[in-house]
Design a protein around this ligand. Structure first.
Ligand code: CTP
Length: 435
């Protein structure tokens, strides 16, 4: 067994190290054994940043977490069904505890049934050797690496390897995980593991997985630093059909992903009103560029995307190309028209339109929208209109909108001009009403 406590001291802050020592003392007091586990160990050995602290307890992890939270005056959230809990310290450090468990899969690709177990049982059910290592937090061997499957060797050889041949059948989401870790870490999937992946895809084992679990993996892929590389790898494995049967690796995809990065960077640096952008939604929309409206809608529904995500994806599908065509036009377009087209869209959709626009005119108009038009308001407000005798309701909103459009186009410049125009519009309405 290798002692890696030096690495721990180098990677963890002093505060975290003290916390781990405290967990060590508690494990002795409770007669339980505690281990750092999974991605925490992998990234520690790679000296890569990882803010997650995952710990496995041989025994009841919830009771362990409750005692620790009490001692630290921290907070705890428990999931009794899974035997897991998260403790957050007053210094905002979060530690996830899980009860060591054995898994039996009721049928392939189903969620496992859980049984309490020892560390080795817990490690053997995991996806890849590099994710199946532990570091002891127990006083007698604190800081020692436990590595039954030579994960450390695979880290050194940069290899993604499963622990057993049924791994992808037990859990087909691992097909996507293999490619995600491979590309994130700059590793390679080992030959035998790659063959297992190819066979599982041929057998379409992924069709048995609950779609939301696959959705979560797709989102994780698109949230990686370089998602395009993973998508490309999926194409090589003919794995894009896991997402959608008609999904094609179109030749423009690389350019689209790059353009999305550029547009988001521009937004971060230039837009006066910064909202956090969900870039992964934009990549997903790009991926579905050639899939039909109905195909995309079906995908959104069966993968159970959240309402807001679905609305954004479908709004691009429904309107994106049409709006782009208008924005790319050579003729002059009034700012009010640009505002009218882009204001109802989410920022993700507008940024994607900006990204895929091949004309400088189109890009420029989208930029101008973010820069100038998006934040523009009328000087007069609803209350001013009420004072003119206009009742609250759709008519009042329409008048305000019309004033804003004239302001955007530079026709109304002062509050007085806005008032005059408002009065004219109100009169017109009364005249109509009288007629
Ligand atoms: N795991 C697994 N099979 C899965 C999902 C997870 O065996 N389908 C195990 C792996 O040991 C993994 C651990 O559970 O290391 C934690 O899972 P997760 O948080 O998804 O992965 P991390 O390895 O922490 O990776 P990331 O850095 O992406 O969070």
């Amino acid at each position: 067994m290798k002692n890696v406590s030096e690495k721990m001291r180098a990677c963890f802050s002093q505060g975290t190290m003290m916390l781990l020592k405290r967990i060590s003392a508690l494990s002795k007091e409770l007669g339980r054994r505690a281990y750092l586990i999974g991605g925490t160990v992998r990234d520690l050995l790679l000296e890569a940043e990882n803010l997650d602290i995952d710990i496995v307890i041989e025994g009841d992890a919830i009771a362990f977490g409750e005692k620790l939270a009490r001692e630290l005056h921290g907070m705890i959230i428990s999931h009794k069904r899974f035997g897991t809990c998260s403790v957050t310290t007053p210094e905002h450090v979060k530690i996830d505890f899980a009860t060591a468990r054995k898994e039996a899969y009721a049928k392939p690709a189903a969620l496992p049934t859980v049984e309490f177990a020892l560390l080795k049982d817990d490690l053997i059910r995991r996806d890849f050797t590099i994710n199946a290592m532990a570091i002891s937090l127990n006083e007698d061997d604190f800081g020692f690496l436990i590595d039954f499957f030579d994960g450390a060797g695979d880290l050194e050889h940069k290899s993604i390897r499963t622990l057993h041949d049924k791994s992808f059948i037990d859990d087909p989401t691992r097909i996507l995980r293999a490619m995600r870790f491979e590309q994130r870490l700059g590793f390679h999937i080992d030959t035998h593991t790659a063959n297992l992946i190819i066979k599982s895809i041929e057998k379409e084992v992924y069709k048995r997985v609950e779609k939301p679990r696959l959705r979560d993996e797709i989102i994780l892929i698109l949230k990686e630093k370089e998602p395009f590389k993973i998508i490309k790898r999926m194409d090589e494995f003919r794995a894009l059909k896991i997402i959608h049967p008609y999904l094609k690796f179109h030749k423009d995809l690389h350019n689209m992903f790059d353009a999305i990065d550029e547009a988001c960077l521009w937004y971060q640096n230039n837009s006066p009103r910064k909202r956090s952008i969900e870039k992964w939604v934009m990549y997903l929309m790009a991926l579905f560029e050639d899939v039909s409206h109905d195909g995309t809608l079906y995908f959104c529904n069966i993968f159970e995307f959240k309402r807001g995500e679905r609305l954004r994806i479908m709004s691009y599908k429904n309107n994106g190309r049409k709006i782009l065509k208008t924005l790319n036009a050579k003729r002059k377009i009034a700012p009010s028209k640009i505002y009218h087209l882009l204001e109802p869209l989410s920022h993700e959709v507008t940024l994607l339109i900006m990204a895929v626009s091949r004309s400088d005119a189109g890009k420029g108009r989208a930029m101008e929208f973010f820069h100038k038009y998006n934040g523009m308001r009328t000087v007069i407000r609803g209350d001013d209109l009420k004072a003119l005798g206009i009742k609250i309701g759709p008519h009042l909103s329409r008048i305000l909108e019309k004033i804003l459009y004239k302001r955007l186009d530079g026709i109304l410049k002062t509050k007085e001009e806005e008032f005059r125009y408002a009065k004219k519009l109100a009169k017109r309405k009364f005249a109509k009403g009288a007629g």
